[in-house]
Each structure stands twice: as structure tokens, then as C-alpha cells.
Design a protein around this ligand. Structure first.
Ligand code: MG
Length: 489
């Protein structure tokens, strides 16, 4: 462990005093660590080499995992873009801060500026902050990153399919797709100003490179100050697009090519940190906003054997690959199978930076003990799976997951689409409830509910706490502690 990493852990009480005296004290106070958070869109649990991808390589991500820690039970708050991002940014379950689903170009709501974001927390410790890529927490100026703690923003305000083209990349007309035909051109924003627009799929081919170049520039420009770089890739959300340098390079068509370019992007960022001498003072995290959009067939990723995908509260929707590297602090080549979530990142970053937590109630818990390799600490042993507006569809405690009967998306029973076109799904399938042991049954196939009434009772208790606090549409409970989203009106 290097001095800086050691100093963090020491200041956090994670290193015993006996050990402290055996290591030379760092003379100057450790500079707060930089944080680089890379967030992919609709990238599934099985989509990285080190998580099982087989038709392309992701050497930079695999190397990042080898230098750091792989999280195998890492969750997003909801398996859909805006809700997932609201939770990431605030450390709250998305329904606590009133964001559900995916905001469209006509949305009049956004992340409430009264909520404290990761960027606002880190600003209290003088971090330089930038958001690059897909924001999707409201496209009106008062909801954009520059109103939510970020010094700078470059990216698209919502999903890359919210444009006037149908999924065959042809311009929509009121006859072919009335909804799409009504969408404005997909804008590229710099701070709050539109500086360009993506009008064709060829325009989108430059998007991953554009974001990466901006990220690398930001690292070089801010190497002398602690910084928070949030890079939310638009890919591999459909419509897929990749630059010339990766076209046809994978054995898995365009999807694999796109993943290779995202991996390249990670490599560029890691190299920039190295060039600036910041590797050991930077926490790098790579994860995804939700699981694969499976009805897009060969343009969708893989849930790696987990059940269902995006838009569901099954593991394939909410469990995502996650890698964290912080040489000298996170032990290299480790695997963490404890439960952790994107909502835990805000309090973890606050603890690393020595910044106070938001004054409003949050749901995240610092997972610094896990980053230090102390897996017996287990800071989070429970998780609530909400979906739709406010439906508590499942709860987890330890290895056990109790799924409640609920209507939801089912990908089974339909042929997936091909080459960009989406196949059918059933969004009103009535799932039966069940009790699943995620240790021996990560695919949620074998309902053990009749055999373990005492475990069901324990999980029901967790669900009652959730319902009292956050409510539950499935049982008609409004909840006590939900807050409103930001609104134009
Ligand atoms: Mg997504």
C-alpha cells in the first residue's frame, strides 16, 4: 500500500494504530483522491471479458479489474435510464427522489435541484467536476449538470434513440412513427448550449471518441486539483454506432465492436491518469446503468445467465458488472461478492474526500470497508428492488431474494429483433412471486418459498420497512419519505 492510500485508510480508522507506527508518515497531507466514474448504458452483466464475454476482448477493463476489485453483486436502483441515474447521483433509491422511467425530450421534470448530487458533495472539498455524455435527469437548464454541481458538461441530455429516426436509422414521418417524428434533432450540449446535433447514425459514430477526448483533456487540464470526472457513455444503448477504428473488429458484430471501443476509451483514460502521475491517487469505477435490452437481439448485450434484462427487477435488469481500481488502496485482483449498489457511491466518495453527507435522508451506505478488502464488514446486507412508478417488486437480504407477484416485462416467448430493430416484449406479464437463493440459483429459477417460511418472514420484515418509508404501489402504500422531482411548473 502506498503512503497516500494508507493515509486514507488510516484517517478512516481502517488501519490499526500498531500498523501506523510501522510505516513512515506521509509528510504532506494527502491530496484528496480523484474520482473517475464511467457509466455505460444498457451494458449487461455478461458483457465484459472478465465477466464472461466471449466474442470480443476487453483488455483495458480486464486489466482494471486485475489491478483492482471486481464486484459481482452490484446493483442499480432501477433498471431504466433516468431512474438509475437519479439514484447514482443522489445516493437515494430513485423513488425517494421522485424519478422513474426514462425522461423524454418533452419532459417537464428533472432531478430536483434541491437534491444534493455527488458533484455538489465533492464541490464542498473544492473538487473540479465535469459530466460528459448522457445526462438524462432533465434537459431544461435548471436540471442540467451545470445546475447540479458540475463545473462543465458536454454530452447529450437524454438517450441516443430519442431523435426523429426509427430504429432502422431512417428519418421518421408521421406515417411511419408519429412519436419519433415529433422528436427534435438529438442535440450535443456544452454546458447548457446546443453546439451541434446528431442527425444521422453516421454522426453518432463519433460519439464515444468525442466523449473520450474530452475526458482525457479534462484530466490533463485538472491534474493539479482533485477532480470528479463522470463519463456516462451513450453506448451500447441502441442505435449502436462505432468509429472506423473498431468497425468489424469483434466476432460479435456491431455490439461487440461498440464494446471494444468503450474498452479502448477506458484504456485512454487510464493512460491519461498514468501520464499525469495520478494512477495511485485516483479511484476509477466502471459500471452500467441497467442490464441488456434483450429484445434488440444481436444489438443487445448479455445478462450473463441472470434472469430477464433491462426494464425488470430480476437480476438481469438490476445487477450490473462493476470494477473499481485504486492502486495502493483497493487490493489488486480481488473479487467482492458482498451486496453493493450505485446508491452507495455518494457516501463512499464523501467519506474518501472527507465531505459532509447531504442534509436530506439518503439510502446509500459507505462501502469503504469493502474497498479496503474487509469483506466481513458487509455494510449493505439488504436491498430493495423497486420498479415502475413506485412498485416494490422484490427485496434481498443476504443470499435470499423474495419476489412479490407483480406485472412486469417478460422477454420470454418472443423472437428478438435483429440488426437494430426491437422484437416484441410483454410488458404486462403477471409474474408470480417466489423465494430464490441467489447463491445457488442466480438465475431465479427455483422457487423455494414453500420450504423456508422463516426466511420469507424475515424478508417480509425488510419489505415492511421499505413500504413504510418509501411506499409501494403494489400494496397501495404511499410511504412517508418520498420527495418530489424538479418540475417546470
Ligand atoms: Mg440504460
Amino acid at each position: 500500500m502506498n503512503k497516500r492510500g494508507f493515509a486514507y485508510l488510516k484517517s478512516l480508522g481502517l488501519v490499526s494504530l500498531g500498523l501506523v507506527t510501522s510505516v513512515a508518515e506521509a509528510k504532506e497531507p494527502a491530496r484528496n483522491p480523484n474520482i473517475v466514474l464511467i457509466f455505460a448504458d444498457d451494458l449487461g452483466y455478461g458483457d465484459l471479458g472478465c465477466f464472461g464475454a466471449s466474442q470480443y476482448q476487453t483488455p483495458h477493463l480486464d486489466q482494471l479489474a486485475a489491478r483492482g476489485m471486481k464486484f459481482t453483486h452490484f446493483y442499480v436502483s432501477q433498471a431504466v435510464c433516468s431512474a438509475s441515474r437519479a439514484a447514482l447521483m443522489t445516493g437515494c433509491y430513485a423513488n425517494r427522489v421522485g424519478i422513474s422511467g426514462a425522461l423524454n425530450p418533452f419532459a417537464e421534470t428533472g432531478l430536483n435541484p434541491d437534491e444534493e448530487t455527488i458533484a455538489e458533495v465533492l464541490k464542498k472539498k473544492d473538487y473540479r467536476t465535469i459530466a460528459i455524455g448522457k445526462w438524462h435527469l432533465g434537459h431544461h437548464p435548471q436540471f442540467l449538470p451545470t445546475s447540479q454541481g458540475f463545473d462543465e458538461y458536454l454530452g447529450i441530455p437524454y438517450s441516443n434513440d430519442m431523435w426523429p429516426l426509427t430504429y432502422d436509422n431512417v428519418r421518421a414521418t408521421p406515417q411511419t412513427n408519429v412519436r419519433k417524428a415529433s422528436f427534435p434533432e438529438l442535440p450535443l450540449l456544452e454546458n447548457t448550449q446546443k453546439i451541434d446535433e446528431f442527425r444521422t447514425i453516421a454522426d453518432q459514430e463519433k460519439i464515444t471518441t468525442l466523449y473520450t477526448e474530452k475526458a482525457v483533456r479534462f484530466i490533463h487540464d485538472n491534474q493539479n486539483s482533485p477532480f470528479f470526472l463522470y463519463l456516462a457513455h451513450s453506448m451500447p444503448h441502441v442505435p449502436l454506432a462505432v468509429s472506423e477504428k473498431f468497425k468489424g473488429k469483434s466476432n460479435q458484430g456491431l455490439y461487440g465492436d461498440v464494446l471494444m471501443e468503450i474498452d479502448w476509451s477506458v484504456g485512454e483514460i487510464v493512460a491519461a491518469l498514468e501520464q499525469c502521475g495520478l494512477t495511485e491517487n485516483t479511484l476509477v469505477i466502471f459500471t452500467s446503468d441497467n442490464g441488456p435490452w434483450l429484445n434488440f437481439g444481436n444489438h443487445a448485450g448479455s445478462a450473463g445467465g441472470l434472469r430477464q434484462g433491462k426494464g425488470t427487477s430480476f437480476e438481469g435488469g438490476q445487477r450490473v458488472p462493476c470494477i473499481m481500481a485504486f492502486p495502493g488502496t483497493i487490493p489488486a485482483g480481488t473479487v467482492c461478492s458482498n451486496i453493493a449498489s450505485t446508491i452507495d457511491l455518494l457516501p463512499t466518495f464523501a467519506a474518501l474526500a472527507g465531505a459532509p453527507l447531504p442534509s436530506r435522508k439518503i439510502d446509500g451506505i459507505s462501502i469503504l470497508p469493502l474497498l479496503a478488502g474487509n469483506f466481513s464488514a458487509n455494510p449493505r446486507n439488504e436491498f430493495y428492488y423497486y420498479y415502475r412508478q413506485n412498485s416494490l417488486e422484490a427485496v434481498r437480504k443476504g443470499d435470499w431474494k423474495l419476489v412479490f407477484p407483480h406485472p412486469g416485462r417478460n422477454y420470454e416467448g418472443f423472437a428478438p429483433g435483429q440488426n437494430g430493430l426491437g422484437g416484441k416484449v410483454n410488458d404486462q406479464f403477471n409474474f408470480e412471486g417466489g423465494l430464490y437463493d441467489l447463491r445457488r440459483d442466480p438465475g431465479e429459477r427455483y422457487n423455494l418459498q414453500p420450504f423456508y417460511p422463516e426466511i420469507v418472514a424475515e424478508l417480509e420484515k425488510v419489505a415492511r420497512q421499505a413500504r413504510e418509508d418509501l411506499g409501494d404501489d403494489l400494496t397501495g402504500n404511499p410511504g412517508k419519505n418520498r420527495r418530489k422531482p424538479g418540475s417546470l411548473n
